[in-house]
Design a protein around this ligand. Structure first.
Ligand code: SAH
Length: 467
């Protein structure tokens, strides 16, 4: 497996200072699955190429695989790993170019933040989804992309092409960005990952993806594939990604607290609502929900986000208040929608605490900042209607985290909103949600939304129920 990085420019051999590897020498490294070498096939004043060659030891690999349970029984003995650019190469990059990846250079600090004319070639990259996916991943980051495909077998042309590609990307960019992009996107293209995917993988993804992943149009695919579709990890990663995003816009609607408190004082809450709804939408996409109903939809803010995404083929909103449904109609401009759009969405009046056949037939039900408006003794009815009678494949519920209220300095009443009947601590919400999940055969994952305080947690808490 080979990765080459070429820098074209004045004093091109400075690449050696940026990578912390002298172009005059061959550098070798022992990794626990083989050896890595860095050398420079060319090093002139105008053009300098560094090559990272990874030589995987199949015997070490087989030992490693035996300890992990592979889905393919013979995979440990018969596999492409020693010959392709995969997550092993990412590990090697992090080991060998760690300092460069963190954006440090002792001798040439001024070069670190400069846009350099760089080109990288990754040889034999297994790309699930082929050239299309390669382009969708690299092009939005500003790279010019060239790919070369290979036949599965030159003697049997009818077998068609393989999933392997040699990929060249080119851009004027910082070296640290190029390395981080390759580090994350290589295992995203390859479907296999050689190590156990746990929570520290979220940290790696968010750390290496910092500054570009949250705004990448394929951020959900990247997160999904990087974390090997482990839903609870993906949800957590996405909610943190979205929380990190700067989304303060002029027309942002303030959170309930923001509305009732002195104007503009609670700046940090300005976009909590938007973050919350963005996270809900991301979770829904991640659940592959096509038909979604929002209970207690209010003025239809979530619905308007869903309506813009064609993945959602059927959308409904229900609320007990006729007045807010009228507002929702206006916000969504239902009257002006073309007929095919108009058919995707419906609004109706109803209450969460009564059985209602109109709530049935959806892949996911969302209940966003609503349960705290119900009297505690009504909560049992709500629970039965939703989890027992309707019993949808997925339910997303959000509610304020009461502990966080101490951070709202001008909150001079018990709850964030006059109509709230209760607000729960994280423990209270968890206890309630876990009990429900147990009673009705669901699994529940918890997510935090908004800026997290180390002691009090995040302003909003979310439970994602799936069965
Ligand atoms: N989900 C929306 C609105 C939250 S405000 C958003 O996130 O923007 C709470 C909403 O719940 C209000 O619109 C209120 O009318 C609605 N609601 C309160 N009790 C309800 C009930 N029993 N059944 C249905 N909706 C209810």
């Amino acid at each position: 497996m080979l990765l080459t990085i070429t820098y074209t420019g004045q004093s091109a051999t400075d690449l050696g200072y940026l990578l912390h590897k002298n172009p005059k020498r061959v550098h070798s490294f022992e990794l626990n699955f083989g050896s890595a070498y860095v050398f420079y096939p060319e090093a002139t004043f105008e053009r300098c190429t560094a090559a990272l060659l990874l030589d995987i030891n199949p015997v070490d690999l087989a030992k490693d695989f035996r300890n992990s349970s592979s889905e393919e029984p013979l995979f440990e003995y018969v596999n492409d790993r020693p010959y392709v650019a995969s997550s092993f190469l990412s590990v090697a990059i992090a080991n060998v170019f760690g300092t460069a990846m963190s954006g440090r250079s002792k001798e040439r600090p001024e070069l670190v933040d400069q846009q350099l004319s760089l080109q990288a070639t990754i040889t034999m990259l297994p790309a699930s989804g082929g050239e299309d996916v390669i382009r969708r991943l690299f092009e939005p980051l500003g790279y010019k992309v060239a790919t070369q495909g290979y036949l599965l077998d030159q003697k049997f042309i009818e077998w068609g092409s393989s999933r392997y590609f040699t990929v060249t990307i080119e851009s004027n960019c910082r070296l640290v960005d190029l390395l981080n992009h390759i580090y994350v996107l290589m295992p995203v293209l390859d479907v296999k990952k050689h190590y156990w995917i746990g929570h520290d993988e979220i940290e790696k993804l968010l750390n290496r993806g910092s500054g570009w992943l949250s705004t990448h149009p394929e951020r959900e695919m990247i997160t999904n594939r990087y974390l090997k579709r482990k839903r609870s990890l993906v949800n957590q990663a996405l909610s943190r990604l979205l929380a990190a995003e700067e989304t303060v816009k002029e027309d942002t609607v303030q959170d309930e607290v923001g509305e009732s408190a002195a104007e503009g004082k609670m700046e940090r809450d300005l976009n909590l609502n938007e973050r919350r709804l963005g996270t809900v939408a991301a979770v829904l996409r991640n659940l592959s929900a096509k038909r979604v109903i929002d209970l207690g939809c209010g003025e239809g803010r979530l619905l308007s986000i869903l309506l813009k995404d064609r993945e959602f083929i059927r959308i409904a909103g229900m609320d007990v208040s006729y007045r807010v449904l009228e507002k929702a109609k206006e916000r969504l401009r239902l009257e002006e929608l073309p007929p095919f759009q108009r058919e995707r969405i419906k609004l109706f009046q109803g209450s969460l605490i009564y059985r209602d056949h109109r709530i049935q037939g959806y892949d996911a039900v969302t209940v966003i900042e609503v349960i705290e408006h119900l009297d505690l003794n009504r909560l049992v009815a709500f629970e039965k209607v939703l989890f027992e009678y309707t019993h949808p494949p997925a339910v997303v519920i959000t509610t304020p985290n009461r502990e966080y209220n101490v951070k709202y300095l001008n909150l001079n009443k018990e709850f964030r909103h006059n109509d709230h009947r209760f607000e729960w601590t994280r423990e209270e919400f968890k206890t309630w949600a876990t009990a429900i999940a147990g009673r009705y055969g669901y699994q529940v994952d918890f997510l935090n939304i908004g800026d997290e305080d180390p002691e009090y947690g995040a302003p909003t808490q979310m439970g994602v129920f799936t069965r």
